[in-house]
Ligand binder design. Structure first.
Ligand code: ATP
Ligand code: MG
Length: 654
């Protein structure tokens, strides 16, 4: 068995930063030198972007690894940094959020408005007995009150635990119980795909099993009928009646800011704990550096849900601590039509767009003609996060959304890292499609082999982080041992995020997917990402997922599930011919070792609610097993469709 990951895909296209952007970029190449000369001094300088009530006396305490303390002794208030200081500086009338509801209702919220709303919510929570250190669960749709609820918790030192509004009773119950939440903030419902989706009934069922919950605050969004319990309070009757005067108190730099449960693609959800000073420092710096954010002129839009870490760091804390103006959208990209995103980019003159590869591939499937109908000339920078972005999806994004003018930044990070770790800098980096390129200044990442030794350029292996970073998770809530075992035990002294990666011939980093998904074919470790990227590079393919299925001759064989683009004919012999062509295409692109044994043309792929492909379920299908747990699937009917197709093909072959 070879010990490292194969490096099969070789990409030669390169895109330097646009000259005008480079000339005025927030960050230049000097940042890398400054950070490598003195990493702690570099982070100390970034911490000064924030207003501290009390200065720290030590940048990093790493005397008890892997338990880090950043900016030891320092004190600050996160909400003060996101709101009060902007208002005090005379920017109260600046728009913080252009909110767009799915049905088309809108709200424009200035920094002064957001400050008042947050003060009211802070006063209301305090009146309900919530004090610093208490946990508050937030289960809301994408409405401004979600941002207000998070900031109000931060303001009074309560630790929020946001639970994605699409999660089930079971998931919500477990998360409330694990965190021992005292208050739940929810809504009657929200809009999705043109329908009002109820939330309150789910909360009622969960709360009946959670004795820790004393009060439930309910925002009225849809106006639909809800049942009422004696723990319930309407937001508009409490928060909106409370005083809008509230003095923010500073908290210790290591005060717990939030718990966020990983989505559970792999095992029992872990409550990832983030704290105050280091977290805000790194999310604030990376928002400014990676997106080249100019708060005076940019309109920024991150399409993530507030229930994911991307929503925490790059809708709430990063943009607001920088005083940015942003768009927030409640609904889905295809409601009421498939041009909704581009309509909004045009309407609000969005200049920075941050989204996920899963959405980009969906847009590719829908067709180039849709974005072509809108004015996207306001855009100047594009970002990607959540999965490896296939080079062809990167090229499509650059061409059809960015019109070859906008740099694309592929940002690698995870719930646990809190903020972006590996990414191009848009004014500095000559980007390669599909590569996250290099660790940001102040971050130390590497790719190592099975023994923990760095792989040479051109080699593949495991991504690791060598040094603690300010926004790192501090532990798994209530389970220090799980924190040590999961992240710090695979390679002594290094953080292991669970992802495979390679260094190309120039030493640039390419993410290759989760190591759990790696396929072992005739003694070669092959990443799912490279085979998927090869498939997506064929003009007939919009999206692909590959898995390793047990094979009598090769150990594992590659089985691919492929979504054709909308214009492609897949009926009868045309479909057979396409499959044969795709197998050859992969063999030609990556070498014969990567040629899929089998390719299925499917209408959809199983995805988590954050849009990531769930290969575990596809492995079950490919190996003819009973399906595993499907509860985190976005759409469980997808698996029936795929399994039926698979059975039909089997009987063809027999
Ligand atoms: P769970 O940990 O419960 O399985 P999750 O890992 O999907 O959930 P996140 O923390 O949101 O939850 O996702 C982080 C993971 O997403 C990373 O570890 C990596 O596998 C993948 N990822 C994120 N951004 C990128 C990127 N730019 N390139 C490649 N992979 C990425
Ligand atoms: Mg993860």
């Amino acid at each position: 068995m070879s010990e490292t990951l194969e490096n099969l895909l070789h990409e030669t296209r390169q895109f330097p930063p646009p000259a005008a952007l480079a000339a005025t970029a927030n960050v230049t190449a000097a940042a890398y030198e400054e950070a490598s000369a003195d990493r702690l001094a570099f982070w100390e300088r970034q911490a000064r972007r924030l207003d501290w009530a009390k200065e720290w006396n030590q940048v990093l305490d790493w005397s008890n690894p892997p338990f880090a303390k950043w900016f030891v002794g320092g004190q600050l208030n996160v909400a003060y940094n996101c709101l009060d200081r902007h208002v005090a500086a005379g920017r109260g009338d600046k728009v913080a959020i252009y909110w767009e509801g799915e049905p088309g209702d809108t709200r424009t919220i200035t920094y002064a408005d957001l400050h008042r709303m947050t003060c009211q919510a802070a006063n209301a929570l305090t009146a309900l007995g919530v004090t610093a250190g208490d946990r508050v669960a937030i289960y809301l749709p994408m409405i401004p009150e979600a941002v207000v609820a998070m900031l109000a918790c931060a303001r009074i030192g309560a630790t929020h635990s946001v639970v994605f509004g699409g999660f089930s009773v079971e998931a919500l119950t477990n998360r409330i119980q694990d965190a021992d939440a005292k208050v739940v903030i929810t809504a009657d419902g929200g809009y999705r795909r043109g329908k009002a989706i109820a939330l309150k009934a789910t909360v009622d069922q969960a709360v009946s099993r959670c004795p820790s919950v004393e009060h439930v605050l309910v925002v009225r969004r849809t106006g639909e009928e809800v049942t009422w319990t004696d723990k319930d309070l309407w937001w508009h009757e409490t928060v909106e009646q409370a005083s809008d005067q509230h003095e923010a108190q500073p908290f210790d730099a290591e005060h717990p800011l939030f718990i966020l449960y990983t989505s559970g693609t792999t095992a029992k959800p872990k409550g990832i704990l983030h704290t105050t000073g280091g977290y805000l420092t790194q999310v604030s710096y990376t928002t400014w550096a990676v997106f080249d954010l100019k708060p005076e002129t940019d309109v920024y839009w991150c399409t993530a849900d507030i229930g994911w870490v991307t929503g925490h760091s790059y809708i709430v804390y990063g943009p607001l601590s920088n005083g940015a103006t942003q768009v927030m959208y409640e609904g889905t990209p295809d409601t009421p039509h498939k041009g909704r995103l581009w309509e909004l980019v045009d309407k609000y003159r969005v200049s920075i767009l941050y989204t996920a590869p899963t959405l980009i591939r969906t847009l590719m499937k829908w067709g180039d003609d849709i974005p072509a109908q809108y004015d996207l000339s306001s855009l100047r920078l594009l970002g990607s996060v959540g999965e490896p972005i296939n080079p062809e999806a990167w090229m499509w994004y650059r061409k059809h959304i960015g019109h070859d003018r906008c740099p694309v930044v592929d940002t690698w990070w995870q719930t646990e890292t809190g903020a972006i770790m590996i990414s191009p800098l848009p004014g500095v980096t000559v980007a390669k499609p599909g590569s996250a390129m290099a660790p940001l200044p102040g971050i130390s990442a590497d790719v190592v082999d099975d023994q923990g030794n760095p792989v040479p350029n051109g080699g593949g292996g495991y991504l690791v982080l060598r040094e603690p970073w300010p926004s790192m998770l501090r532990t798994v809530w209530g389970d220090d041992q799980r924190y040590i075992d999961t992240y710090w035990s695979r390679f002594p002294g290094m953080y292991f995020p669970g992802d495979g990666a390679k260094k190309d011939e120039d030493g640039h980093i390419w993410l290759l997917g989760r190591v759990d998904d790696v396929m072992l074919v005739s003694g070669h470790n092959i990443s799912t990402t490279e085979v998927e990227s090869a498939l997506v590079s064929h003009p007939a393919v919009a999206e692909a997922a590959v898995v390793g299925a047990t094979d009598p001759t090769t150990g594992q064989a590659i089985v691919a599930f492929t979504i054709p683009r909308s214009h492609v004919d897949t009926s009868g012999t045309a479909g057979e011919a396409l499959i044969a062509e795709l197998r050859e295409h992969v063999a030609k692109t990556l070498g014969p070792i990567a040629k899929p044994r089998q390719i299925m043309l499917v209408p959809e792929l199983p995805k988590t609610r954050s849009g990531k492909i769930m290969r575990r379920l596809l492995r079950d299908v490919a190996e003819n097993r009973e399906l595993g747990d499907v509860t985190t699937l976005q759409d469980s009917t997808v698996m029936d469709l795929i399994a039926k197709g698979m059975r039909a093909r089997k009987s063809d072959e027999d």
